[in-house]
Design a protein around this ligand. Sequence first.
Ligand code: GDP
Ligand code: MG
Length: 194
Amino acid sequence: RLYIKMSNKDPEIKLILLGESGVGKTSLIKRITDQDFNENEASSLSMTYTLKEIVKNHRTIKLNIWDTIGQEQYRSIAKLFLNDTKIVILVYSILSENSFKELDYWYNLCVENLGPNITLGIIGNKADLFLDQQVSEEEGKEYADKHKALFGLFSAKDEGYKGQINMFVNELLKRYLIKEDPTFQDNDEDNNKI
Ligand code: GDP
Ligand code: MG
């Protein structure tokens, strides 16, 4: 609907990454927005967003990608920062059982504030350190299936995953657009490398 009716204005879509502090949300966003990975990524001190423009069917879609600092204190203002979110990516680290368990917290927060009809992705990050993994790929997949979410196992550190990470975001965007308008067809398969 949004896609069809806003014919004079490029659609803007809010995407947010949520998950325990340190799982790699900021690092993943850097891969999505063509910035370099930084080994000593400073913890984000506030909410920020980066704009990513994606062309689909000759229309420019403005994807506003929101980073969070993943702290409990934000629960009180969750309604504010989640407001108008269309796509949610929950992130855990495959090295941290706790970050995986915390997905429930973030999932519930989203459902409380956005309703059950969110377009959802789940990323198990730090796949480059699979020898030390605490969460198996099967556990991640199972969790994603249960919540009808798209699942990805990536590394924000290893540049080789950049294409897969961007395809993941692209697929989520497509799912969202189809939800909004079931007649939506992606005619720009060659053109939507984001
Ligand atoms: P955030 O708190 O969720 O935003 O996490 P950051 O993006 O700040 O990353 C936390 C730490 O993990 C930083 O030291 C990153 O360099 C590191 N990191 C992030 N992603 C990866 C990854 O895929 N592999 C490895 N080995 N380290 C990562
Ligand atoms: Mg961060």
